[in-house]
Design a protein around this ligand. Structure first.
Ligand SMILES: C[S@@+](CC[C@H](N)C(=O)[O-])C[C@H]1O[C@@H](n2cnc3c(N)ncnc32)[C@H](O)[C@@H]1O
Length: 303
């Protein structure tokens, strides 16, 4: 079972109690993807759609990472608001790295029809999504699904393969729930390549915090979550405490502008441990403050 299927199941579950259009549209796409995801997808859907199944899911969540589904919704609310604002401010194209089965592109395209959106993820994930979008009548010509492996191909090459992508246009790059799966150096290199290639680009992304034991992860995550993620081939490879984040991101050419406040009294993060932030990608010759010499050393890699 991949993390993108878990997020899709969380989206369907969230929509049961969240009547907002964003949650409902996300759930419709997530459901269509799960229906196409073989036995695992069908089992997840069955669990979400039945009372005993939902009871079981609550138990599993409590035994693995209490509040994680509500955290995903919290993170998506913030990313959705920031992305909508960026589009209202004049962004012309959006590049979503590791978009998974999420429906943010459809919401942004509905809001800004002149926008072009490029989703990047692994081929099997995007094949599932393409089929679901077609069935739902949401296969918009302004949305391009671009299969590939982050870190495997130099940025300049896959950028050439994005049909209609214009590096000079005001661009929003979104990297939600993915940078922590890449080795820190690879994440910084990817961000630096983007900063060099895109003269006018903003970034919205997430990164893990460090737990009291020094490992990257959520504060309330049980020990077996780490083992499970490792077995899935998606371990959290790095994380950073809040004060180290500007330096680590600065090393990737990112000027940090804001971090979503986990302790927001009106809408606190239900499962803290993942930073949601926005900033600008800044060309190395421009004025990103130099990262402290220790910046690359502060975030431990998982064994
Ligand atoms: C936790 S999901 C997040 C999906 C989506 N961004 C969201 O937050 O709803 C992680 C996604 O990253 C993708 N992914 C992980 N490592 C990747 C890599 N090296 N190249 C491309 N995609 C990757 C997976 O296929 C998956 O869709």
């Amino acid at each position: 079972m991949s993390t993108s299927l878990l997020l899709a199941a969380a989206a369907v579950r969230q929509a049961r109690t969240d009547p907002t259009p964003g949650a409902q549209h996300n759930a419709a796409l997530a459901r269509a993807c799960l229906e196409r995801a073989g036995k695992t997808g069908r089992h997840l859907l069955h669990a979400v759609d039945t009372a005993p199944g939902r009871g079981l899911l609550r138990l599993v969540e409590a035994g693995c990472l209490p509040g994680i589904c509500a955290h995903y919704a919290w993170r998506k609310r913030r990313i959705g608001q920031w992305a909508a604002q960026a589009c209202a401010d004049g962004v012309r194209q959006v590049l979503i790295l590791a978009a998974g089965l999420d429906g943010l592109s459809q919401r942004l395209l509905a809001q800004t029809p002149a926008l072009r959106v490029f989703e990047f993820d692994r081929a099997d994930t995007l094949a599932l999504k393409r089929d679901a979008l077609r069935t739902l009548g949401l296969d918009d010509p302004c949305l391009h699904l671009c299969p590939g492996e982050l870190g495997a191909v130099p940025l300049a090459r896959w950028q050439r393969d994005l049909p209609g992508f214009v590096p000079e246009q005001p661009t929003l790059v979104i990297a939600e729930g993915v940078l922590m799966y890449l080795p820190l150096e690879a994440a910084q290199t990817l961000l630096r390549q983007l900063a060099r290639a895109l003269p006018d680009a903003r970034l919205i992304a997430t990164a893990m915090d460090l737990r009291p034991d020094g490992a990257p992860g959520f504060a309330r995550q049980r020990p077996w979550v780490r083992t499970w993620l490792g077995r899935r081939g998606e371990p959290f490879r790095w994380g950073a405490p809040r004060q180290a984040l500007p330096g680590l991101l600065g090393h990737g050419g990112v000027r940090l502008a804001a971090i979503a406040e986990p302790g927001d009294p009106d809408d606190p993060d239900p499962a803290p441990g993942e930073w949601v932030f926005r900033g600008d990608l800044t060309h190395p010759h421009h004025s990103v403050p130099a990262a402290p010499a220790h910046a690359r050393l502060r975030a431990p890699a998982l064994p």
